[in-house]
Design a protein around this ligand. Structure first.
Ligand SMILES: *[C@@H]1O[C@H](CO)[C@@H](O)[C@H](O)[C@H]1NC(C)=O
Ligand SMILES: *[C@@H]1O[C@H](CO)[C@@H](O)[C@H](O)[C@H]1NC(C)=O
Ligand SMILES: *[C@@H]1O[C@H](CO)[C@@H](O)[C@H](O)[C@H]1NC(C)=O
Ligand SMILES: *[C@@H]1O[C@H](CO)[C@@H](O)[C@H](O)[C@H]1NC(C)=O
Length: 291
């Protein structure tokens, strides 16, 4: 036997020995590889399929919401809501999505919010959500089905096909008629239109202009408030220590002037620390934190 031949024989023998002694290991390895390949393929299919992971997040959040909100469960099918959502913007120029494009979606996910419970916010998003989380008799738009599903998400389509994207989409200010901004305008308008009884508006008393006519609150919501249904608009100005913001600030007076002809209006300043304490106070299970 030449050196080369012997080397090959030994190699083959070594290979067989490994196969014999480690057969089980090899089988397990093959199984793991196969599983990985299938999983990888599934992910590939899912992300290239129209909607991809956005659809997954959408449906998951929708089902989660319906599971915890018996009162809106009836008659809502998450796949139908997704179809209505998607048809608002797929295969269209992402800078030409009108507010009305979401009308169909709003009809598919109709939800009635009880009077006196609606909370509007401007530059106080986190605080408003902490508040409605703690005090269950208040609701923001993000506590309704559609607001809950879309909160924090980005999406758009393209005129070149039926795909849905979650990156490379126009920003809030890139163009006015982008899919995200038009959605929030439409959903906010709907939420405001349906408001009844007392409404609460939480504004930020740590900034120079707590009320901005350009915000969603200023440009959409207060314009949709219905004087026939709304009793009081109660503004809560959340201030921080040693910062003398008051309801007499120019910006609040502008708001007052806009509202006063049509609505009864109150404005209360409350310190951030007072609200935070109130959130944890079980003696105040539902009442507002600024009495
Ligand atoms: C008010 O706005 C400031 C600056 O954007 C922010 O840091 C603060 O958390 C806001 N306050 C409330 C109560 O939301
Ligand atoms: C997009 O969807 C529409 C309607 O389902 C279909 O008619 C069209 O062929 C699709 N276009 C592409 C590029 O897949
Ligand atoms: C509505 O708001 C007014 C003014 O803050 C208050 O006096 C009244 O009790 C409120 N009503 C309800 C039902 O919350
Ligand atoms: C009140 O409003 C004016 C003008 O809108 C602003 O310059 C000022 O900083 C605001 N804040 C306070 C605490 O007065």
């Amino acid at each position: 036997m030449g050196t080369a031949e012997r080397g090959m024989a030994m190699e083959r023998q070594g290979c067989c020995a490994i196969l014999n002694t480690k057969r089980v290991t090899v089988i397990i390895c093959v199984l793991i590889l196969l599983t990985l390949a299938i999983a990888g393929f599934a992910v590939l299919i899912r992300t290239t399929e129209t909607g991809g992971s956005l659809k997954y997040v959408f449906i998951t959040r929708c089902k989660e919401y319906l599971e915890t909100h018996d009162e809106v469960r009836v008659g809502i099918d998450c796949n139908e809501v997704w179809d209505a959502f998607q048809s608002s913007f797929v295969a269209k120029d992402p800078c030409k999505i009108s507010v009305e494009a979401y009308d169909g979606l709003m009809n598919t996910a109709k939800q009635k919010v009880p009077c006196n419970e609606m909370v509007f916010w401007s530059k106080t998003k986190q605080m408003a959500h902490k508040f409605t989380q703690a005090k269950k008799c208040f609701m923001t738009l993000e506590d309704t089905l559609l607001g809950f599903i879309m909160d924090g998400l980005t999406w758009c389509g393209s005129q070149d096909g039926n795909d849905t994207y979650t990156s490379g989409c126009p920003n809030w200010n890139t163009c006015e008629q982008n899919p995200v901004r038009s959605f929030w305008s439409r959903a906010s308008a709907h939420f405001a239109e349906s408001a009844c009884g007392n409404v609460t508006a939480m504004l930020n008393g740590s900034i120079d202009k707590p009320f901005s006519a350009k915000s969603i609150f200023g440009s959409v919501e207060i314009k949709k408030f219905n004087p026939m249904k709304i009793n009081y608009v109660n503004v809560v100005l959340i201030g921080r220590e040693n910062y003398p913001m008051s309801c007499k600030n120019d910006s609040l007076q502008e708001l007052e002037k806009t509202l006063i002809p049509k609505f009864k209006y109150t404005c209360t300043t409350v310190l951030l620390s007072t609200i935070l304490k109130c959130l944890e106070d079980p003696q105040k299970p539902c009442g507002p934190c600024w009495d």
